[in-house]
Design a protein around this ligand. Sequence first.
Ligand SMILES: Nc1ncnc2c1ncn2[C@@H]1O[C@H](COP(=O)(O)OP(=O)(O)OP(=O)(O)O)[C@@H](O)[C@H]1O
Ligand SMILES: [Mg+2]
Length: 358
Amino acid sequence: MPDLTLTGLAKSFGANTVLHDLDLHVEDGELFTLLGPSGCGKSTTLWSIAGLHSPDSGRIAFGDRVVFDGARVDVPPEKRNCGVVFQSYAVWPHLTVLDNVAYPLKLRKVPRRDRARRVEEVLELVELGGLEDRYPHELSGGQQQRVALARALAHPPDLLLLDEPFSNLDAKLRERARDWLRILQQRIGVTTVFVTHDQDEALSMSDRIMVMDGGRVRQVGSPEEIYHEPADEFVADFIGTVNVLGAHVPAGADRSQVWVEGLGQPLAVSPAAPAEGDVRLAIRPERIVVHPSGAPAATPNAVTVKVRSQAFLGDHYRYVVALGDHELVVRTLSRIDHGTELTVELPPEAIRTYAAQA
Ligand SMILES: Nc1ncnc2c1ncn2[C@@H]1O[C@H](COP(=O)(O)OP(=O)(O)OP(=O)(O)O)[C@@H](O)[C@H]1O
Ligand SMILES: [Mg+2]
């Protein structure tokens, strides 16, 4: 299977620039996810790869094969050999499962006997054997998505491109579909670009994730890197739950200590803050240690805080506490019988600091 390289891809719709010189590289056999808020350019990127949009400039290559290069090369979609699954119009309602899946093979004039064999093979692969004669309305949502996937795989694609393929499934089905797709993708080893705005989906399925915002790349990394080492406040805030507070480093002071407004003690941070002056401090709730009966002496960043509210969420408890003039979300696995005060510890290495945006 080829790898995929996008170089300097740019696309505008009228005055609206949707992709700004986008670069990305997807390794052979990788499941690579484009993640970002609505309108950030995920689908535009995917459609450009499939050949359904012509970018204004830049280059797209599948392995050594250049499929787009500015005005010079623009290989039409049917010659790019991508298997594509979209969220909407996933399957044709007037065709049976068999005819849906056989369609791309018919289009490529694959002889009838080979066609039948391949359809059977691919329906087995997506675990839909025996449902050949059903129409889409006689299938569940999850089964319909699998028909769409079978169709995308029928003529073995060089690249599999999936645009929010599970978004119309309910939560339980979606979780099953993720696991199932991940196993299938690894088995057939097809290089895959997956689009979603769902962070859980991205974290649980991907080899690597690219976080996009406003047509630009914010960060590319493994799910763990993106979650634990977010490159900036946007990424930290977009993935998972995070406390973000304004803080300050006095001029000329040691940048391994920051001051939070209203808090009478500095907080040690590791690594040190990137700049003097105003900074932003980020810490995930699950990294904050709660000491119901006070922290041991010399615990760094132990702070006594007032509890503002408490909620039970099934697998954990969530507390909102006051840290100086700010609120902080804290989690515990078991209930804490406390008064209105708690000691929390913010381990310096669990704190990330970012330069405040001007
Ligand atoms: N055919 C088009 N004509 C004009 N503007 C478009 C067109 N397609 C997309 N856009 C605009 O380009 C921007 C990016 O759209 P895109 O569909 O790539 O976003 P997305 O990241 O896939 O969002 P979502 O998560 O909502 O699907 C949006 O501002 C959108 O309005
Ligand atoms: Mg989209």
